[in-house]
Design a protein around this ligand. Structure first.
Ligand SMILES: Cc1cc2nc3c(=O)[nH]c(=O)nc-3n(C[C@H](O)[C@H](O)[C@H](O)COP(=O)(O)O)c2cc1C
Length: 199
């Protein structure tokens, strides 16, 4: 299924087609496509070009590590994410590599790298569903994540599946129109709350 943005201004199809379905096909993702996703993340921009992101990823055929990732998700996400052929954690490395000082932009950059990965996925006809609903403490313990790194999100990657395969209560959410606040509510000029004239 597709659920394109109902955009007010013209968008590149990569942006309008991207969305976060919960219905995944169980088909495995080709290894070269997976590599392309992380190559896209690699070429994201970052403060001081520090590249403070890391990913812990497992494909479903790696049953042990896949299960470990699945066990980090909150139950509401496990319901649908367990069908996805690839699960992962997005991690921000807290300190700059060049001087060891705290990097205030680490999470921003990790999110930006993930957004870049998601667009590459869209170009490959894949979908990515990002999740805040996971247990960071469990992720840290399970995967030996050092104190200098922070798991910030989980991701499910795969091909979009049939909505009818979801539990009934999730089907309605899946087909609901996607909504966004208007540009005038967040693009300001002169001072906070004053909409920019071009929106
Ligand atoms: C950081 C982040 C955390 C999210 N956490 C969850 C989550 O735990 N469970 C879930 O089903 N969706 C989650 N989502 C997906 C959002 O609900 C979704 O992106 C939002 O509703 C907009 O829909 P769209 O991505 O299809 O445009 C998350 C998305 C982001 C970016």
């Amino acid at each position: 299924m597709e659920n394109p943005a109902i955009n007010d201004h013209q968008l590149h199809p990569l942006i309008s087609q991207r969305w976060s379905p919960r219905a995944f096909d169980s088909k495995l993702v080709e290894k070269d496509k997976l590599a392309q996703l992380f190559e896209a993340a690699r070429w994201s921009s970052s403060c001081f070009n520090d590249q403070p992101w890391a990913f812990i990823v497992a494909t479903k055929d790696d049953t042990v590590n896949y299960q470990k990732l699945l066990d980090c998700l909150v139950p509401a996400n496990v319901i649908w994410a367990q069908v996805a052929p690839v699960l992962g954690l997005v991690i921000a490395q807290k300190n700059f590599k060049h001087n060891g000082k705290p990097n205030a932009w680490a999470e921003y950059d990790a999110g930006q790298a993930t957004a870049t990965l998601v667009l590459q996925a869209t170009a490959l006809n894949l979908v990515v569903h990002q999740m805040g609903g996971f247990d960071p403490a469990k992720a840290i313990a399970t995967f030996n994540i050092p104190e200098t790194a922070k798991p910030v999100a989980a991701i499910a990657i795969g091909y979009a599946g049939e909505t009818s395969n979801l539990p009934t209560e999730l089907q309605d959410r899946e087909i609901a129109p996607r909504a966004r606040y208007p540009l005038s509510s967040f693009v300001f000029t002169s001072e906070w709350g004053i909409s920019a004239p071009f929106v």
